[in-house]
Ligand binder design. Structure first.
Ligand SMILES: C[S@@+](CC[C@H](N)C(=O)[O-])C[C@H]1O[C@@H](n2cnc3c(N)ncnc32)[C@H](O)[C@@H]1O
Length: 430
C-alpha cells in the first residue's frame, strides 16, 4: 500500500496534532482550554475543531487514570511533560473515553512522534490496549486537588466532586419572562426549580428548542443564577454589574427591571454580551473598563461583583481548571478580588446592596474573602439570603451566604460550585 506523501494526509491527523497542541497549552503553559482552542485548532473545519476539544477535554478529565495505565506499562516512568507521554495520553483517551478503534488511534498517534520514540509509544499503547482496561467511573481527581478540597470541606466533598465529574452536567436556562415559568417548562419539556428557571431534559439540541432564536431564554447554570436573584426586582433602580461579560447576570437583572450598567475589561466578551442583549431584546449600558482604574460617575443602588476567579466551581464543564489552578493562582486571584471588592464597595449608595460572587470552590475566594472585607469595612454588614429567595434544594448557610458544593441538587443533575454573599451598606455609609 502506498504511504501518504505527507504525514498530514493521514485522515484525522491534523485534529490529533491540534489536540496535542491544546493539551500542551493547558498543561505546560497553564492556558485555559477554551482560550487555547482557537490557536490549537486554527485552520481546521468545525467538526475537527470539536474533535480537538473533545480529545483534550477527555484526556484532562481522565489524566490521573491514563497516567496510571501508562506507568503500569513502562519500566521507567516517562517524564511528565515528555512528548511520548502526551501522545500516549491522547491516543488512550480516544480509545478508552471516546470509543475510537485502537488501530485508528495508533495510526494517528505514531506520526506525532515522528523522529522520536515511535517504538516506545507503539509498545506501551499495545500493552495497555491489549489488556482492554476500563477507565474508573467516576474518574479519579488529581491528588493535590482532592487533598486541598478535603482540607477545606471534609473527606466527603472530593468523593462527591468525583461523582459529579463523571456525570453529564444538567443544562439550565434562565427566562426573560419569569412570570411564565410554568409555560416555558412545558414548552421546553423541562422542569423548574425556581421562578425564571428551567432545567432541560438530557440530550436536547439547544438551538432547536422553541424560544432560543427569539431570545426567550439563555443558558445559565442554576447556581450562577443565584447572585442576581438576591437583588430581587429592580423597579427602575440602578445597578452596576461588574465583570459582566458575557452577560448572563446582566440579562437577569435587566429582565427583573433593573437599570443596568454592565462593565467588563474584555472587548471580545463585551461583544458577546451585546449580541446576547440583542437576541433577548433586553437593554443595558455597556462599558469597557478595567475595574482597577475605572470608576463610575456616581454610586448605584446596587452593585453586583461577579469577580474573576479560579473557576474551580465549573470543573465539570472545564476539566482544565483542575490541572492549571493551584495555591499560587488562588492566592493571586484572591488578591485581585480583594482589590476589586474594596473599589466596588465605594460605588454602593448608603443603604444600598452589594452582591459578591465567584464560581470557585476555594474558601479564599469566598467565605474568607468576605470575612476579611467585613473586618475592614464597618459600613457594611451581611444581609443574609433567605430560603425562599433561592431555588428549591439550595439553602443559605448559617452565615446567610449561598454556597453550592459538589453534591448539591445531586438527584436532579447537580449544580456548579458557587459562592454568593449579599452585603448591605449602612444608611449613613459610615
Ligand atoms: C466570571 S466572568 C463574568 C461572568 C458574567 N458576570 C456573566 O454572568 O456572564 C469574569 C469577568 O471578569 C472580567 N474581568 C477580569 N478582570 C477584570 C478587571 N480588572 N476589570 C474588569 N473586568 C474584569 C473578565 O473579562 C470576565 O468577563
Amino acid at each position: 500500500m502506498a504511504r501518504p506523501s505527507r504525514p498530514d494526509d493521514i485522515t484525522g491527523l491534523p485534529a490529533r496534532r491540534g489536540a496535542l497542541r491544546l493539551l500542551d497549552a493547558v498543561l505546560r503553559r497553564g492556558e485555559p482550554l477554551e482560550r487555547a482552542l482557537h490557536g490549537a485548532a486554527q485552520g481546521l473545519p468545525a467538526p475537527d475543531k470539536a474533535l480537538v476539544h473533545a480529545i483534550a477535554a477527555e484526556t484532562l478529565r481522565h489524566l490521573p487514570d491514563l497516567d496510571a495505565l501508562i506507568d503500569g506499562a513502562t519500566r521507567q516512568p516517562l517524564p511528565d511533560d515528555a512528548k511520548a507521554r502526551m501522545v500516549l495520553r491522547i491516543a488512550l483517551a480516544q480509545v478508552l473515553a471516546l470509543g475510537t478503534a485502537p488501530h485508528a488511534a495508533i495510526a494517528t498517534a505514531l506520526p506525532l512522534v515522528d523522529g522520536g520514540p515511535r517504538k516506545l509509544v507503539h509498545g506501551v499503547f499495545g500493552t495497555v490496549t491489549r489488556a482492554e482496561p476500563v477507565l474508573p467511573d467516576p474518574p479519579i481527581l488529581p491528588g493535590e486537588v482532592a487533598a486541598r478540597w478535603a482540607a477545606q470541606w471534609g473527606e466527603e466533598m472530593p468523593k462527591a466532586a468525583a461523582r459529579a465529574y463523571g456525570a453529564r452536567p444538567a443544562v439550565d436556562v434562565s427566562l426573560r419572562d419569569a412570570g411564565d415559568t410554568d409555560g416555558w417548562a412545558e414548552r421546553l419539556g423541562g422542569t423548574s426549580l425556581a421562578p425564571g428557571h428551567v432545567r432541560l431534559a438530557e440530550g436536547v439540541a439547544i438551538p432547536e428548542l422553541p424560544g432560543f432564536g427569539e431570545g426567550g431564554w439563555w443558558v445559565q447554570d442554576i447556581a450562577a443564577s443565584c447572585p442576581a436573584r438576591l437583588l430581587g426586582p429592580g423597579e427602575g433602580r440602578a445597578v452596576l454589574d461588574l465583570c459582566a461579560a458575557p452577560g448572563g447576570k446582566t440579562m437577569q437583572l435587566a429582565a427583573a427591571g433593573w437599570r443596568v450598567s454592565a462593565v467588563d475589561q474584555s472587548k471580545k466578551r463585551l461583544e458577546r454580551l451585546s449580541e446576547n442583549l440583542q437576541r433577548t431584546g433586553l437593554s443595558a449600558a455597556i462599558v469597557q473598563g478595567d475595574l482597577r482604574t475605572w470608576a463610575p460617575d456616581e454610586p448605584a443602588d446596587a452593585v453586583l461583583l461577579d469577580a474573576p476567579c479560579s473557576a474551580t466551581g465549573i470543573y465539570r464543564r472545564h476539566p482544565d481548571v483542575l490541572h492549571r489552578i493551584g495555591p499560587r493562582q488562588i492566592a493571586e486571584l484572591a488578591a485581585l478580588q480583594a482589590e476589586l471588592l474594596d473599589r466596588a464597595a465605594h460605588w454602593v449608595k448608603p443603604g444600598g446592596t452589594m452582591i459578591y460572587a465567584t464560581c470557585s470552590l476555594e474558601r479564599a475566594e469566598g467565605e474568607e474573602q468576605v470575612a476579611a472585607f467585613l473586618a475592614g469595612r464597618p459600613d457594611f454588614a451581611p444581609c443574609p439570603a433567605l430560603a425562599d429567595e433561592l431555588p428549591a434544594g439550595i439553602a443559605p448557610t448559617r452565615e446567610g451566604w449561598v454556597r453550592t458544593l459538589p453534591g448539591a441538587l445531586d438527584a436532579q443533575g447537580g449544580a456548579d460550585g458557587f459562592f454568593v454573599a449579599r452585603l448591605a451598606r449602612t444608611a449613613t455609609g459610615a
